[in-house]
Design a protein around this ligand. Sequence first.
Ligand code: OGA
Ligand code: NI
Length: 361
Amino acid sequence: MSCVQSWPEPIVRVQSLSESGIRTIPDRYIKHLSDRPLFTGNSPAVNKVNIPTIDLNSLFSGDGAVRRETCELISGACREWGFFQVINHGVDLKLMGGMQEAWREFFHLPLEEKQRYANSPTTYEGYGSRLGVVKEAKLDWSDYFFLHFLPEPLRDPSKWPRLPVSCRELVAKYGEEVVKLCEKLTRILSVSLGLKEDALHQAFGGDENRGACLRVNFYPKCPQPDLTLGISPHSDPGGMTLLLPDADVAGLQVRHAGQWVTVKPVPNAFIVNMGDQMQVLTNGMYKSVEHRVIVNSGKERVSLALFYNPGGETVVKPLEELVTEERPAIYPAMTFNQYRSFIRTRGPCGKSQVESLKSPR
Ligand code: OGA
Ligand code: NI
């Protein structure tokens, strides 16, 4: 993993910058012209399309025909978008609301309290304000909190916020429920690929080794939202991401057919997307899709991303059943820890990492 011990420059909390009342943002956050989002005045460009919404109700009832239909919808959404929203997903809505509220409260605690958890690039666990250790890199307009939930030996609730008092218990419950949903989705995805139901689950390392971590993103109000981004374009390095977006403020944009499409969150839904490891395992049948986050001047935004990943030492390579003479393996074998060290060093870089792995044909 990354051997860098500390950040290359002093860390500035974006929230503190925002709350200081500045009217213009520091140069470090001003993106190059071609990387800036499209704004008309103070509003982002609007789009009519949205990512597909899929009702998972049939996964909890016994009806095989409807279940197959849901499976088809998921498979179609993975191929066309790499992103979809799920409703009737079985996760307790009160728990979801409770998490959003608790984490909003955390970010509004005094700075000294949050600094107890200040993170470093060795593990990224804790309170952070940048991704990547490249000196003088352009920075994103967000702070975050990152923690491990699975595998069990990496879980250390003493590194999770002690305040608000409900936080640790909520994270434990939420992690458990969302991981269950992730496992269910990997089973559906396996079936949709013509594989045994537990093929992806085993490829992630099974019950013992699979990983899950939570990244809570905090996007403070920004006086010049047209010049910067909350998160630069990237694909998620892991297996699959379940995002609980802010109920009131949009911000996530997905690259689709060459355009940035702003996702309109459906109430109480999770946004699901495929990560790079899924692209490798499926030998490119399901692709991770580039996405980014825009910010705004009127309202802060909180989102919770649960990353469901192969174990750190699990070797990930195209599944044998999906490799044929016509479709030879296009990605080499690599552990997830090896893979992840790239984004942790270089920061968000679109899809350049997974693309660079492709063997010449
Ligand atoms: C991420 C991410 C999107 C969002 O954390 O990787 O893409 O809407 N978040 O916060
Ligand atoms: Ni992401």
